[in-house]
Design a protein around this ligand. Structure first.
Ligand SMILES: Cc1cc2nc3c(=O)[nH]c(=O)nc-3n(C[C@H](O)[C@H](O)[C@H](O)COP(=O)(O)OP(=O)(O)OC[C@H]3O[C@@H](n4cnc5c(N)ncnc54)[C@H](O)[C@@H]3O)c2cc1C
Length: 250
């Protein structure tokens, strides 16, 4: 016999109602062998407001005509030209990379957003930011917008040096590119942050990338005394998962 449903301690998460936008492609080009940039605009660009680190959800048609949700970070928005840049990791022949590969000026795509809690906290004394290739757009956009003197430590795990990008910042930034080989679950970032001495003061940690890597880093930082409120973490992808994102709040 079915048991009556028990009231759950945690109500189910509701998907937030996000503003919808039709983006028009202006241009697309390779940044490197593994990363392709697509430039977009929208006739409501003056209404588009976001914080560096936030993303938009693309609705991309799959071969059967169904729409798949894929999150991509806003790499930049040039208010003068009204152009939004998004950088796609070209890891395979999947919806996201296929969209970027086939992007033609004048084509349109439906998106929702901006969304996301992976943003700079001006109250923190220092900032630790970790991620993989999929996080380069967010990490660099956040670093580029740091106020003068903001102290940030960025660790980015990438396949090899071809992924490294230069950037400008007013912040006091130490960035380390960690060469790892193929992307996926690994302990390389956990080992790096285990060797990282946490600075004095109240820090903020932004931990993103492959979900299992994010989870182990989050648990490690909590074991070293960071509170859950000091850490914003999100799984950007994981083997076998199509689209979406993983909450890593435990
Ligand atoms: C908030 C947020 C922001 C993001 N920002 C960006 C961004 O700016 N640029 C970006 O490129 N990605 C970004 N991502 C990650 C991107 O959404 C995922 O990688 C997504 O799965 C890509 O969709 P897909 O159609 O290529 O592959 P899917 O159809 O989703 O997945 C197919 C297979 O490919 C694997 N896979 C997915 N991504 C990767 C990868 N990077 N490397 C190796 N295997 C992979 C999957 O695990 C699955 O097995 C972001 C994710 C989130 C949640």
């Amino acid at each position: 016999m079915d048991q009556p449903a028990q009231p759950s301690a945690q109500p189910p998460r509701q998907r937030p109602q996000l503003p919808a936008w039709t983006l028009t492609i202006k241009d697309a080009f390779d940044l490197s062998a593994g990363m392709r940039r697509v430039l977009f605009t929208t006739d409501r660009i003056s209404e588009f407001s976001y914080k560096p680190g936030q993303d938009i959800v693309f609705f991309l048609p799959d071969p059967s005509g169904e729409l798949g949700r894929r999150h991509y970070t806003i790499r930049s928005l040039d208010r003068q030209t009204g152009v939004i840049a998004v950088d796609f990791v070209m890891h395979g022949a999947t919806l996201g990379p296929n969209f970027a590969r086939n992007a033609k000026p004048g084509d349109t795509v439906e998106v929702k957003g901006p969304r996301g809690r992976i943003v700079f906290n001006p109250q923190a004394d220092w900032h630790l930011i970790t991620g993989d290739e999929t996080c380069i757009p967010g990490i660099l956009h956040i670093l580029e917008h740091l106020p003068a003197g903001a102290r940030a430590f960025a660790f980015v795990e990438v396949q090899d040096s071809s992924w490294q990008q230069s950037f400008e910042t007013k912040g006091d930034v130490a960035i380390e590119w960690i060469h790892r080989g193929p992307a996926g679950p690994s302990s390389i970032m956990l080992d790096r942050i285990a060797a990282f001495g946490l600075p004095d003061g109240k820090g903020q940690a932004l931990i993103i990338g492959e979900t299992s890597n994010v989870r182990t880093q989050r648990h490690h930082l909590i074991s070293r005394g960071l509170t859950r409120e000091q850490i914003a973490s999100e799984g950007y992808w994981r083997p076998g998962r199509n689209g979406g994102h993983d909450h890593v709040d435990d």
